[in-house]
Design a protein around this ligand. Structure first.
Ligand code: SF4
Ligand code: SF4
Length: 300
């Protein structure tokens, strides 16, 4: 990640947003995902990555973790409260103000890897309508699966029953851990960058991205505004959108981009030769309309 971050610095040396963003994901990965947890363990505290929010951190409510946190006294309880507050308060409030980019493109480890190691493969994302439909089914399906599993987990934890509705909670946890945690997030999500592009996990599988996306779509100040009159239809923006969004179609119509999947990486803006695209946080009203075309249009 460090080597590929240096590559990003060189490639986007004239783009302040990309330099800052790359520094941010690198910092959060090195300090939050590696250094702080290792230091905690040295001091006999639980291993914990303070930026890894549930449901991406899908085993946060597993009994072994809850027992470990509770057994660790005040500090463990602090982690328990922080983990809940992070998911229920910090994440949605930050998405309201800044869009999901604050997490997916500035903080997250998966996003950090995708934006450094995966950058050479971003153009491979599938741009078809079929992929968009599949994306919505899959990513929301994984979110529902993670919530269902967590419901079973918490019921088992508080009631002591290991079987809920005829199904062993442990079995559901094992299936989720293997299929989603290992195969989808690990093998496909990272190993298949050269085939499916660099955000295949974030786009099709991450339950946290699905949650952030719902807030971004319906209750966020973030949007990408387009200056349609300047667009020369070169298609660079669509080609390099790692989430498979047809950015050019929005630009041609002069419509602001408000999509739940947009991670706000800003590459569409960076590669646009005409300065058409701007990542902005503004008022909630009329956010799908562009200042250039105040009456808006019908593209959803
Ligand atoms: S629309 Fe632009 S900012 Fe959003 S994911 Fe695509 S390239 Fe990144
Ligand atoms: S990169 Fe810029 S000029 Fe080219 S199609 Fe996209 S918005 Fe239009």
């Amino acid at each position: 990640m460090t080597v590929m971050a240096i590559r990003m610095y060189i490639k986007y040396r004239n783009n302040k947003y990309q330099i800052l963003r790359t520094t941010s994901v690198w910092f959060f990965q090195i300090v939050f995902a590696f250094l702080i947890p290792e230091i905690l363990v040295r001091f006999d505290k639980p291993w914990y990555d303070f930026k890894n929010a549930f449901p991406l951190d899908y085993d946060f409510f597993f009994s072994w973790n809850l027992n470990s946190l509770i057994a660790s006294g005040g500090f463990g309880l602090f982690i328990l409260v922080w983990g809940i507050v992070l998911t229920l308060v910090v994440v949605p409030v930050m998405v309201y103000f800044f869009g999901k980019r604050w997490y997916c493109s500035w903080v997250c480890g998966c996003g950090g890897l995708a934006e450094t190691l995966g950058d050479p493969f971003r153009h491979l994302s599938n741009k078809s309508i079929g992929a968009w439909k599949l994306e919505r089914w899959l990513v929301h399906g994984v979110l529902a699966f993670s919530l269902l599993m967590t419901g079973f987990t918490l019921y088992s934890y508080f009631s002591g029953a290991q079987v809920v509705l005829g199904v062993k909670t442990q079995t559901i946890q094992n299936i989720y851990g293997f299929l989603i945690g290992s195969i989808f997030a690990g093998v496909i999500g990272t190993g298949f960058y050269p085939i499916f592009g660099n955000r295949v996990w974030c786009r099709f599988g991450c339950p946290l991205a699905a949650y952030l996306g719902l807030v971004q779509r319906f209750k966020s100040r973030f949007r990408i505004t387009t200056n349609g009159g300047q667009c020369i239809s070169c298609g660079n923006c669509s080609t390099y959108c790692e989430m498979g969004i047809d950015v050019r179609a929005y630009a041609q119509k002069g419509q602001s981009i408000v999509r739940s999947s947009c991670v706000g990486c800003g590459i569409c803006s960076a590669v646009c030769p005409r300065g058409v695209l701007k990542l902005e946080n503004g008022p909630l009203e009329n956010r799908t309309f562009s200042p250039e075309f105040p009456l808006g249009n019908t593209l959803k």
